[in-house]
Ligand binder design. Sequence first.
Ligand SMILES: [Zn+2]
Length: 253
Amino acid sequence: MKKGASRGPRIANHEPRIDAIFFGAHADDVELSCGGTIARFVKDGLRVGIVDLTRGEMGTRGTPQTRARESKAAAKILGASFRQQLDLGDGGLRIGREEELEIIGIVRRYRPALIFGPLPDDRHPDHTRAGRLITEASFYAGLRKIETDLPAHRPQVVIYYLQHYLLPPSFIVDVSETWKTKMRAIDAYQSQFHDPRTKAPRTFISEKGFLQMIEARGRHFGALIGAAFGEAFVTKQPPRIEDVVRAYSGREV
Ligand SMILES: [Zn+2]
């Protein structure tokens, strides 16, 4: 978590390059949808950052302060190199030029190869807007004529994780070895999820069944690729597979 203490090539702005940035509309979105993938990337030696676009001020439970504390703890558990929180408006996420420039600034600062974000079509309008904002800003970050204090950088691809709406996955990451880490990161959000001791109002995500659903989904996506747990992703830019035999090893028709 220490800035500047890490390996990797230095760039002009003195930030070490980050391999992947995971954007979420709300803190805990990325943990629930792809926390196992984040932990796996870190385990595989990649450098990962997390950016939450809002402060979660509309949440039924917890305050922006408690949620900021919880999200920092979760990022540490996953092994993220940094976690940053923007203030684009929970429950009415703004997606104008100003907000695009904030995202462009982050993309140019860390120069990631991969961008992860919510599907630009989800039940929660903040997710839909966040997906659009991330997609468009990732492209614009590569336009030299959009001048900021850092050079242009265009990531290789934007990949969407799944939240409420499901689409056929473009690929599934085997997260069997990091599933426990993901669940520990989710547990860090004590104000949000199931806690039999609390007197806070009950919400959809604080019910015991919600975390059981997350586990069921992980097992389901895992089963599709012959693994214990999996996390599914959608992208309009299909991945190049070098070894199709290996990609399907241990499976049967
Ligand atoms: Zn969300």
